[in-house]
Design a protein around this ligand. Structure first.
Ligand code: ATR
Length: 280
């Protein structure tokens, strides 16, 4: 009998991740003999975990907070993830990819948001932020990167210019969180890529409140648990259009699924399974 092919996600904390429900739903629907588990792996164990997974013959792996940048060193990154400096997907041969950015831009476009020529205020400068900002720049958006540690936002912006992802004409601007009030008025889109608001980490917290927003702002939180984060509650109060993190979870997951299996993922079933789990 054929062995069950194992897939997984590594990161910490991963206790509340819904990637297993999402991918196991997809495997079941397509009749694949595969299973997906979450593994709590801290930074000091990342290298051994990735090498172990490859040695064990896993079908593929997702990488999440706080390993997206670190994991790049233990795989053969494709040209794009090497340029942006982070991965969220590893295949069975140890190749690394990043599907966060395409997932986020797909969610924005599906919601009818015009990405080209819009100003996007992005919170965070970690692995997810790198991928999403790179994709936004490629689509012709201007990105204002606001991070708690401003020096990290500067490093991200410098990288985008150095790698020619930014045209170097001021299309990416690093900021501290204390500078948000002075730029939020000119933004058409706000994206949170930090873990602020996430269940089990910083639930109930937000980096901006309704009073700071304007009603034409589209507010997108990549945190998907809870379904309605504090940021999205504030955005609704301000009359803004909102996009839930579930969308980016499903779209980045579908892109990873395609890399691993070569198959189109059953997106509606994956999204329904995640929403049902979030509703409890
Ligand atoms: P990922 O790879 O998933 O993006 P990460 O690299 O650990 O994860 O990045 C997490 C991001 O969330 C960072 O931008 C971090 O800000 P710092 O660079 O200052 O650490 C941001 N972040 C996490 N907790 C935060 C908090 N309580 N307030 C503001 N920003 C926070």
């Amino acid at each position: 009998m054929a062995l069950t092919q194992v897939y997984g996600i590594i990161g910490s904390p991963v206790g509340h991740t819904l990637s297993p429900i999402m991918h196991n739903t997809a495997f079941k629907e397509l009749g694949l003999n595969c299973v997906y588990h979450a593994f709590d792996v801290r930074r000091e164990n990342a290298e051994r975990a990735i090498k172990g997974v490859l040695a064990l013959g896993f079908g593929g792996l997702n990488v999440t907070i706080p390993l997206k940048e670190l994991a790049l060193h233990y795989v053969n990154p494709d040209a794009w993830s090497r340029r942006i400096g982070s991965i969220n997907t590893i295949d069975s041969k140890g190749n690394g990819y990043n599907t966060d950015g395409v997932g986020a831009v797909r969610a924005l476009k599906e919601a009818g948001v015009k990405v080209k020529d819009s100003s996007v205020l992005m919170f965070g400068a970690g692995g997810a932020a790198k991928s999403i900002s790179a994709e936004l720049l490629t689509e012709g958006a201007r990105v204002l990167v606001a991070n708690r540690t401003k020096s990290r936002a500067v490093i991200l912006a410098d990288r985008m210019v150095r790698e020619n992802i930014s045209c170097g004409c001021g299309d990416i601007e690093p900021l501290g969180l204390d500078e948000v009030n002075s730029v939020i008025g000119e933004a058409q889109v706000l994206i949170n890529t930090t873990s602020v608001g996430m269940h089990g980490v910083a639930e109930g917290q937000t980096l901006v409140r309704a009073e700071q927003m304007h009603k034409d702002l589209v507010v997108f939180d990549i945190v998907y648990n809870p379904l309605e984060t504090e940021l999205l509650k504030e955005a609704r109060k301000a009359g803004c259009m909102t996009i839930e993190g579930v969308k980016v979870l499903v779209y980045q997951g579908a892109a990873s699924f395609k890399i691993w299996t070569g198959l189109d993922a059953p997106i509606p079933s994956m999204e329904s399974a995640v929403r049902a789990a979030l509703r409890g």
